[in-house]
Design a binder for this molecule. Structure first.
Ligand code: SAM
Length: 254
């Protein structure tokens, strides 16, 4: 159960996501993990996925699920807060209807998904929207089979702490400060969770996960031109700090 304050925040985020969903159609999806991150084609964190059951947490418009379908998974499951996103995902994945199960709801609450069922749970650029990391990780742990993988990506928690001002990058906010905050880039209510890398790692360990790999590498495309360094994601900034991080973890065999 989430608290009534958390419920209010989730409802407000849902309203906002329903509104902005069309702008995010296929924006961040596998094989892309996030801005300037190496691709899954190069990292191969998932390994062989054919005939596996996968669950996408914060599946959005369904483009990562489409990628999983192209790699021959057995069952495609997704959960997302936004009805508008899920309508888009349902349309995108209509040829895979027979193996598709989509659920509307917050990742912090189990909508009745099977426990010990999934070979892989993953989340691409969605986890930082959780209003309760502990509950979210506990749900994911329960959904996974022993030996299953949980792989997720999100914006690196240093990225929004540093801004470009008068020819330099400067630290504008403390890295130590964590918690819910209004998403700076949006002008409608949208509460995101600022969580340090060590907190993600420690919460995963406390939930029972084993950390397999943490990725902070940055890939700058060869033809990339220097652009406006004030942009939220810029080549200049990516040369100093990783815009994206990825964590691969597993639920140990009993
Ligand atoms: C950037 S999109 C993710 C893109 C998606 N992973 C893909 O592969 O196309 C972030 C998603 O998180 C969803 N979201 C936000 N808060 C959520 C929550 N508390 N529980 C579940 N989904 C949430 C949003 O509705 C949105 O679809």
């Amino acid at each position: 159960m989430v608290s009534s304050i958390q419920e209010e925040l989730i409802l407000s985020n849902k309203k906002s996501w329903d509104e902005v969903a069309p702008r995010f159609f296929g924006r961040t999806a596998l094989p892309t993990y996030g801005p300037f991150a190496p691709l899954e084609n190069d990292l191969n964190l998932f390994g062989e996925v054919s005939k596996l059951n996968v669950l996408d947490v914060g599946c959005g418009s369904g483009h990562s699920l489409e990628y999983m379908a192209s790699r021959g998974v057995s069952e495609l499951w997704g959960i997302d807060l936004s009805e508008t996103q899920l309508e888009a995902a349902q349309k995108l994945l209509k040829t895979h209807e027979a193996i598709l199960r989509l659920f509307q709801g917050p990742m912090e609450q189990d909508p009745g998904l099977p426990n010990n069922y999934f070979d892989i749970v993953y989340s691409i650029y969605a986890i930082g929207w959780t209003v309760d990391l502990k509950k979210t990780l506990q749900n994911i742990y329960n959904y996974l089979k022993p030996g299953g993988l949980f792989i997720f990506s999100w914006e690196h928690p240093l990225h929004n702490r540093i801004k470009y001002e008068r020819d330099s990058f400067v630290v504008k906010k403390s890295y130590h400060e964590e918690g819910l905050h209004q998403c700076e880039a949006w002008n409608i209510p949208a509460m995101m969770n600022q969580i340090k890398l060590s907190t993600y790692i420690n919460e995963l360990i406390q939930t029972g996960f084993q950390i397999e790999r943490v990725v902070e590498e940055v890939v700058i495309p060869e033809q990339a031109e220097l652009e406006n360094p004030m942009r939220w994601y810029s080549v200049e900034k990516a040369t100093f700090i990783p815009p994206t991080f990825i964590i691969k973890s597993s639920k140990p065999q009993k």
